[in-house]
Write a new protein. Sequence first.
Length: 210
Amino acid sequence: MVAALNVENFVVRPRRRSIEKFARPEAWKTVTGDDQIELTTQVANLPTELVDNDENAKRFDLLVLRTQLAILHAAPGFGALREQICAIAGALEGQEAVPAIRAEMVLIQAIAGDEFGLGIFIRSLVGIEREAVAQAFSGVIAGTHATPDQIEFIELIVSELTANGVMEAGRLYESPFLDISPHGPEGLFSATRVERMVQVLAEIRQRAAA
């Protein structure tokens, strides 16, 4: 999407430095808090020449937006919107052969399942503050000279939690985490620190469900 921004456009041109930065694929491997602020303030509101013809995706985005607004305003229509999203998740469960769906299957099954609590449902839509997640995981590498791979691994966890609000420990053994460490977190961290990592994920989920 960033690559589709026309830097010759007079509205876009003043922010050319940020656009050229995030048009490079490597810029997205690790998105820091400062990067998120820069994307929000300098890039997100710019006109793009990208044409999106996926009407189903647009309708789903609108459904999620309406649900988020219902949560924000405590609107009475929230229950019906929630049921629509749960129904879509249930339909996606049968399409695990699609790689993009398989990558999110844990979350999809959680949303579709009867045990999916209201708190976790809301957290999956609105995410969680990045600073709060980073603080929760700070103890995993505290007191050590963390390697670049360890830092990138933790950053991936923080990014996923920031976006989705909750995360199953099993995700640590899937891509993109395995792209950093083919043997999972045990390939980078001691058993004690992996145990703490899993414990933090469980605590975040418990708080969301409370």
